[in-house]
Design a protein around this ligand. Structure first.
Ligand SMILES: Cc1cc2nc3c(=O)[nH]c(=O)nc-3n(C[C@H](O)[C@H](O)[C@H](O)COP(=O)(O)OP(=O)(O)OC[C@H]3O[C@@H](n4cnc5c(N)ncnc54)[C@H](O)[C@@H]3O)c2cc1C
Ligand code: SF4
Length: 542
């Protein structure tokens, strides 16, 4: 069996999994390398203690912070990457996010492509990932060439009441676009059962639109696609000229293996992709592969996020809470001209999870009562690209993450806007007195860095037109190499303030079309009968 492939894709998450799916029908020999394994299907998938408190499915890998202290990142190494655990809120960036935007804390730089370049791929991505939403509700929504493939996931009564309250006070609440395979018209046949363990949990019934279920499992049905799990790519090697990525060195079950490819695509997540390029330094690339600009690893962004619990006297019996969003302050407000960000929800918090996150307690409430009575908001503001916020590797190859938050006033003002909006809510029983206050949930659990700190990781291998200030060109090919691409969240020059996954997915489809052109094939081309079937047992996995 030859170890040479037309395309090697490293990582199976939102970027890599989607790309493999897109390239699979081409008949080209594609190798998908994933350091993790399949998330096992077991009852623990839906157990808050096992998932949130024990961190059972998180990597046990240790990183370091800028002071050399241990960090235990809340990230996941498995087939499907972090999409196995994500909340599947699948947003397009706003049209304005592609241009330069002035923030209170500085400039959010423009992208080398425009919204219109990505629009057709956003539409494909929404179809592929079963996005449920209603066009026209979100006041900041960009132009879309077709409706969402599925109607929005409906609000449960408590969330509908909040939406009505917000609307009465002049806001424009909308239904969050979500990628779940829910058919509310036919609940008996619906794959998704609308449960309370979605955001942060793997879906036991495979009804979440994640990269494993929708993309990797479909890609490996093609005999020309090989997936090898438990394969940690340690290094990318080049030819003598340094212009061509020849292949990869893999550690698998304690052994070293080598694979070569005509095209190498990195998609390990923004932090690991930068680390891999840095670890791949050689004589021709002394600062790291593709790093003549010294930009690899820099401009790390992860959003400024917070979880705010609004406590009411009346209970919140909502099961699937992540249906409501507010973007009225995304670009600013009458009293503040700068962008503030996005308000939506996390999955319904429970007492077990709260105990681990230790929020400030509302007067006269226990954690159990708080969990029963809280509306659990998720606030996101844009953090700006700072070259000193960066990923490096120490002399043992360990990841070092250096990050100083910025643009914080935007987030503080967003929190104040939510506080104000909540004052206008009232219920039939207690009137305005029903609302008891807003409480921040501490995102630090044990020694972990904040969950959101790496959940939305991006920006470390930015794309741009100028090889002096960017690593990738507009097609996400390294300026310094002829055949090295990056398709995960690393390419973002700015982080915007909506969740990143749909943009990563859409971009992977866009880069996929470029690669099909480059190889002179089309996705519709039938799989060649001569393609070697290297499936090792079960459906192309090994
Ligand atoms: C709890 C949680 C909730 C989230 N909710 C949302 C949400 O609602 N909406 C949203 O848009 N985003 C959400 N996100 C973020 C979203 O999951 C990520 O933006 C997205 O998965 C990133 O895609 P990626 O391709 O960049 O990386 P990943 O999906 O992380 O994939 C990277 C893959 O590369 C593999 N890998 C890494 N290094 C190597 C190596 N050296 N060799 C081989 N393989 C390697 C990893 O194991 C992994 O499978 C959430 C994330 C988390 C953790
Ligand atoms: S809400 Fe639906 S998609 Fe999410 S975990 Fe439950 S069944 Fe799966």
């Amino acid at each position: 069996m030859s170890n040479h492939y037309d395309v090697i894709v490293i990582g199976t998450g939102a970027g890599g999994g989607t790309l493999a799916y897109h390239l699979a029908p081409s008949g080209k020999r594609i190798l998908l390398l994933e350091r993790g394994d399949y998330v096992p299907r077991e009852k623990g998938n839906w157990d808050p203690k096992i998932v949130n408190v024990d961190g059972h499915y998180n990597t046990k890998e240790g990183w370091l912070d800028k002071d050399g202290k241990d960090l235990h990142p809340h990230t996941n190494y498995n087939v499907g990457g972090n999409t196995k655990f994500y909340g599947a809120a699948l947003f397009r960036l706003r049209q304005e996010d592609f241009g330069e935007l002035k923030h209170h804390g500085g400039i959010s730089p423009g992208w080398p492509i425009r919204y219109d370049d990505l629009e057709p791929y956003y539409t494909q991505a929404e179809n592929l990932y079963h996005v449920h939403g209603n066009r026209g509700e979100d006041p900041t929504e960009p132009f879309a060439s077709s409706p969402y493939p599925w109607p929005a996931v409906s609000h449960e009564p408590r969330i509908q009441q909040l939406s009505d309250d917000f609307a009465r006070s002049g806001l424009k609440p909308f239904h969050v676009p979500v990628g779940v395979m829910l058919d509310e018209k036919d609940p008996q046949k619906s794959k998704c059962i609308r449960c309370n363990t979605c955001d942060g949990f793997p879906c036991l019934v495979y009804a979440k639109a994640d990269a494993q279920v929708l993309c990797v499992d479909e890609a490996v049905k093609h005999p020309n696609v090989t997936l090898i799990t438990n394969s940690l790519v340690k290094k990318i090697e080049t030819d003598g000229s340094g212009r061509v990525a020849k292949g990869v060195v893999v550690e698998r079950h304690g052994r070293t293996e080598n694979f070569t490819g005509d095209v190498v695509v990195v998609s390990c997540g923004a932090i690991n992709s930068a680390a891999l390029l840095l670890r791949s330094a050689n004589d021709k690339h002394p600062r790291g592969l593709g790093n003549s600009s010294d930009v690899v690893g820099r401009h790390y962004m992860g959003h400024t996020n917070s979880v705010m619990m609004a406590i009411s006297k009346c209970p919140n019996p909502t099961i699937f809470q992540k249906t409501l969003g507010v973007n009225d302050f995304y670009f600013g407000s009458k009293d503040w001209q700068y962008p503030m960000g996005h308000i939506s929800f996390v999955g319904k918090l429970d007492a077990v999870t709260l105990r681990a996150g230790a929020p400030a307690i509302a007067p006269n409430f226990t954690l159990e009562l708080m969990a029963k009575h809280s509306l659990d908001f998720w606030l996101t503001s844009e953090d700006l690209p700072d070259p000193n916020n960066r990923v490096t590797v120490d002399r043992n190859g360990k990841i070092v993450l250096t990050y100083t938050p910025n643009n914080l006033e935007a987030h503080e003002r967003l929190q104040a806007k939510l506080k104000d909006a909540m004052k206008h809510t009232h219920c039939a029983m207690h009137g305005h007195e029903c609302h008891q206050g807003l409480f921040g949930r501490n995102l630090y659990v044990g020694q972990r860095i904040p969950l959101a700190g790496v959940a939305h990781q991006n920006g470390t291998i930015r794309f741009g037109h100028d090889p002096k200030t960017s690593v990738l060109d507009a097609n996400c090919k390294a300026h310094d190499l002829d055949n090295l691409y990056v398709v995960d969240g690393s390419f973002f020059p700015s982080s915007a303030a909506v969740n990143p996954a749909l943009t990563i997915i859409a971009n992977a489809l866009r880069v996929g079309d470029h690669l099909l052109d480059r190889m002179g094939v089309s996705a519709a081309e039938p799989v060649m009968a001569s393609a070697t079937n290297e499936r090792t047992g079960h459906g192309g996995r090994s």
